[in-house]
Design a protein around this ligand. Sequence first.
Ligand code: ADP
Length: 428
Amino acid sequence: MLLGVIADDMTGATDVALMLSRAGMRTVQVIGAPSAGAGLPEADAVVVALKSRTNPVVEAVADSLAACEALLKGGARQILFKYCSTFDSTAEGNIGPVANALMERLGAKRAIICPAFPANGRSIYQGCLFVGALPLHESPMKDHPLTPMRDSNLMRLMSAQAKTGVGLVDYATVLAGPEAVKARLATLEADGVRYAVTDAVTDEDLMTLGRAVSGDVLVTGGSGIAMGLPRNFRSAGLLPERAGPPAFTAPPGRAGILSGSCSTATRGQIEAALAAGYPALKLDPLALAEGRQDAAGLAAWALAQPADRPFLVYSSSDPAEVSAVQERLGRERAGSLVEHTFAELARRLAEGGVTRLLVAGGETSGAAVLGLAIRTLEIGCEIDPGVPWTRVVDGPRMVVALKSGNFGAPDFFVKAWTLLGPAAQPAS
Ligand code: ADP
């Protein structure tokens, strides 16, 4: 193994695995912190998918350190701590505390902070994160159910979480090239500044940054920063030229969509699926709390739909509806009710012959994968930037696509199936 990646949620892990796979690294995604002594699969890059974005800080740190230990044991020469391109976190963390713990474990003196992902409109300028044309705190991320982002200044966000000063590698320095970036990082390090937010607006900037951190044992950022890392291993003669992801076929069977993401992008994609005539059922957290809906009933409904088109089960709602539910149930209880239901529903659907499953939402995907007891995923073809189909290696015989809420074009739920060849046939 050359590169070990610790991703703080499931869809983020798939996203970064796709990035590395496209750059010619044989990449596998492992679900959950590997237990002590458990071996990791052999690959150029191993991505450990945690659910550490929103769990308690202590757990997030412990899981990340366990993942780091396993990756080092597997031979990783560099560790990438991957978080969301919208820096999803709360005032307490978990990005800061996890980065601190990894830094200490690895004996690193510094690490960059770079969530930029230009292909999806995430750019950083003067240390402030933009989503398309909007600063992060004016983007729809301000209304996220679990991690509402109300500030766009990454230095301020990171220094509050990591409880330390955070510097900036500004855009002029990035444009000046890798040596200028390295020099700036060295100056910050000499001044005792442990973290440096790096401006980045284009993929070329990410390649520059990638080259500048070739000698850093710890790198932190979104999946975009992974773009520039494989080339370092190749230049060092450690990574042969390889083609992109292997050819991909899906087993025959039924197809379905589970969506717990409340993002603007996902809600638009749901509209498109409804307009395409997909049978759809809305999951209502209040009905779950009162026992009027449950996973068994939702699965029975889904499996009773005509098998010639995908069904859709979704809890996705607009910010006003989400707030009303959270006021009644509490934010955590509402989220965990929905997630547990999706986990159980995914398990029942696989048992009922669903072999092609699209899941929308990072936390929701984490829950579904848990319900399906999946341990390892192989990366397949890309549907939209950051979202590939993946094949389950050691669980139910199926393909899954795990979509981060913000990702995907408006027709994502409709076009994803065309990459899987012939329309789904009911399993015999
Ligand atoms: P995204 O990738 O868009 O952030 P996630 O799945 O990570 O989506 O997060 C969405 C969160 O919102 C999950 O915890 C989910 O359980 C919760 N949620 C989904 N639907 C509702 C709803 N109708 N009311 C309240 N919370 C909800």
